[in-house]
Design a protein around this ligand. Structure first.
Ligand code: NAP
Ligand code: G3H
Length: 462
């Protein structure tokens, strides 16, 4: 609730429908949410770890019980197919359970002083892992539940309290996930959800002196702005990408095409980890492009309610951006293989060949269903193209030669390299990170837990 009596209507991205409305909280209310989290934190940290884990297990069960209801809202708010929305809930429940298990294993450390020359005999450091305090979690529209839960769960298991600022488009789904936590028995003040436009309340939250850690997933520009506002605290950023699929001459082209089509076009390309360019060795470019074309032709385009693969983008601005990238590339000489049709915010899956370095589509993240193909002479040129990007999230290499794949992987400036598979975040207990403009810090269940605690050292003298 907000005292401002102002609300934001949430419009469905694929049909004329107001899905619901959420309070447009004021800056003061956002500040109060942080203070509420701060007040609750010490009590929460004092709850025995196995009980905090118990709450997470109960949350996972509740998420599954509410799966149909939450999935319906994910579909309506962000235009994800019902099956994909249900998969998001299932994945979130798994993540919460695994976080509870992993969190229970987080122990401290004991370091003996006599291992260091000159140390007084009998000195011992006990290193405990203690919570940071209030964690500010900010999530994006494309996984409104999963990317909220993946920040909230590690914060709670480690004894932090949370202020969650969900994406406006996706707020209702995130609020339902929060309701699941409250039904599971979460004490008051431990999770505080703040709705409202990031542009209006973001600064108050990110610069608040009681916030002790920020975990953000979203666009690179927003991430940079948050970094500038933050108060000398740990900031974890998962940002945009321009993940390349490098296809070498000896690759299994059928496999490569299958993985690339799925990697580039699932959820209409609205994934940070989507394959966003293909760097293919010239001798196999023609057969690969034909296989990609066939794969794209088979994608179903339409409404998420009909289980389409390609659905309308989140808003008109997003669709305009993709259309412009395609139009400019074609004007500059790219060859259209398939696609370049638009119906409102629905952009048909588009494959472009002959993309050159002058074209914006070679460098920018479209966050939509367009895939540029760049033909390269050899591995060296592929690596040069891959590393010339401002982004460094993930890359895929398709080849039958594992040695050469490993050698290339070593030289790619990205967080993760996938061999003969599409780029993707999961499984969620793997470390997940971006470098350069793709992020700061590491997520993945274990790493997220470690980020949300600090050492507390007590030195004993015998
Ligand atoms: P976004 O516009 O950056 O928004 C992300 C979140 O930040 C939303 O909750 C948004 O709130 C909030 N926000 C906006 N301005 C803010 C401010 N000044 N201070 C604090 N918070 C603010 O990103 P998006 O459009 O939701 O997602 C698309 C982008 O996210 C793409 O670039 C994509 O690659 C990236 N992404 C990256 C990952 C990853 O793991 N690397 C995962 C998903 C998405 P409002 O909704 O109210 O504006
Ligand atoms: O959009 C960014 C997400 O972290 C990507 O997750 O690879 O499981 O789709 P995903």
């Amino acid at each position: 609730m907000s005292n401002s009596s102002r609300y934001i209507d949430i419009h469905c991205p694929y049909k004329p429908l107001v899905v619901g409305r959420v309070p447009a909280m004021t800056a003061d209310e956002a500040g109060s949410a942080v203070l509420s989290a701060e007040r609750a934190q010490k009590l929460w940290a004092a709850v025995p770890l196995h009980e905090r884990a118990g709450l997470l297990y109960a949350w996972a069960d509740e998420l599954q019980r509410m799966a149909d209801e939450i999935a319906e809202f994910i579909m309506l708010e962000v235009g994800k197919s019902r099956a994909a929305a249900l998969a998001e809930i299932e994945r979130s429940a798994d993540l919460v359970r695994h976080t509870a298990e992993e969190g229970r294993r987080l122990g401290g450390e004991l370091i003996r002083g006599d291992a260091y020359p000159g140390s007084k005999p009998g000195k011992t450091a006990l290193i405990d892992k203690v919570p940071l305090g209030v964690v500010l979690a900010i999530s994006p529209f494309n996984y409104p539940v999963n990317l909220s839960v993946s920040k909230v769960a590690p914060a709670l298991i480690t004894g932090n309290t949370v202020v969650l600022k969900p994406p406006t488009q996706g707020s209702i789904s995130a609020l339902l996930a929060a309701r699941a936590l409250h039904r599971a028995g979460c004490p008051p003040g431990v999770l505080n959800v703040v709705t409202g436009r990031g542009a209006d309340i973001g600064d108050v939250l990110t610069s608040h002196t009681s916030v002790r850690c920020i975990s953000f997933t979203g666009g690179t520009a927003t991430g940079r702005a948050i970094c500038r506002k933050a108060n000398m605290i740990p900031v974890i950023l998962e940002l945009g990408g321009k993940d390349p699929a490098i296809v070498l001459e000896d690759a299994d082209l059928q496999l490569a095409a299958r993985e690339i089509v799925s990697g580039a076009f699932s959820y209409s390309g609205q994934r940070c980890t989507a394959i966003k360019r293909v760097l293919v060795a010239e001798p196999v470019a023609e057969p690969l492009i034909e296989l990609l074309r066939c794969g794209i032709e088979r994608l179903r385009v339409g409404s998420p309610e009909e289980q389409a693969d390609i659905t309308p983008l989140i808003d008109t601005q997003a669709a305009d951006k993709v259309s412009n990238l395609i139009r400019e590339a074609l004007d500059e000489g790219a060859r259209l293989i398939i696609g370049n049709r638009r119906d409102g915010n629905l952009i048909y899956p588009t494959l472009l060949d002959g993309v050159t370095e002058r074209m914006r589509v070679a460098w920018e993240e479209p966050f939509g269903p367009v895939l540029p193909v760049i033909r390269v002479r050899d591995e060296e040129e592929a690596i040069r193209w891959a590393n010339a990007s401002e982004f460094g999230l993930q890359a895929s290499i398709f080849t039958r030669d594992v040695q050469s794949a490993l050698a290339i992987a070593k030289r790619l400036e990205v967080g993760s390299v996938q061999l003969n598979r599409r780029t993707e975040r999961g499984p969620d207990h793997f470390p997940f990170l971006g470098i350069k403009s793709s992020g700061l810090g590491v997520q993945g269940i274990r790493r997220s837990i470690e980020t949300m605690v600090r050492d507390k050292v007590t030195v004993l003298q015998e």
